[in-house]
Design a protein around this ligand. Sequence first.
Ligand code: GDP
Length: 183
Amino acid sequence: MGSSSDDEGEEYLFKIVIIGDSAVGKSNLLSRYARNEFNMHSKATIGVEFQTQSLEIDGKEVKAQIWDTAGQERFRAVTSAYYRGAFGALVVYDISRRSTFESIPRWLDELKTHSDTTVAKMLVGNKCDLENIRDVSVEEGKSLAESEGLFFMETSALDSTNVKKAFEIVIREIYNNVSRKVL
Ligand code: GDP
């Protein structure tokens, strides 16, 4: 994170990470938000990728550098470097696959172990378009989020439901956290 000193062109840059089990839709959430694209069959190449998105808040340009594990989690090898310096996190499960919801506490632990600052966290129940094969109720998601102090949202990278909203809530919360500290 950095900010320039002159009032006029004040600019912020924050790192956000997306975590969660393999195939919950992390890459597609990012490509939907950053490029408005969705891939039904793609499998991202191995290696960390990030995209930068800007949002104007209080007349200031707030840039989010959003990182995708790009498959590292398949080998249980999300490195501490991935988490380092993150001010925000989307912790994602797939509402049609219960095991991915059951993994959430492990992802939260990992985030806590590796992060070095206050992290704005959003629990994301992705693939909410798959209502007919839902395996985790909205209430269960909400209740886990409440007990862990996380924001919560169900999304669909496929039909775009709440994708922009989820990222922007996290970006605004980071901005609020940082400006509270600065003032
Ligand atoms: P990652 O491994 O967590 O990055 O997951 P991907 O983004 O690669 O997605 C895994 C699979 O789930 C792909 O086949 C995607 O097309 C599919 N997928 C991702 N998001 C959604 C969604 O919101 N709805 C549905 N129905 N499928 C999705």
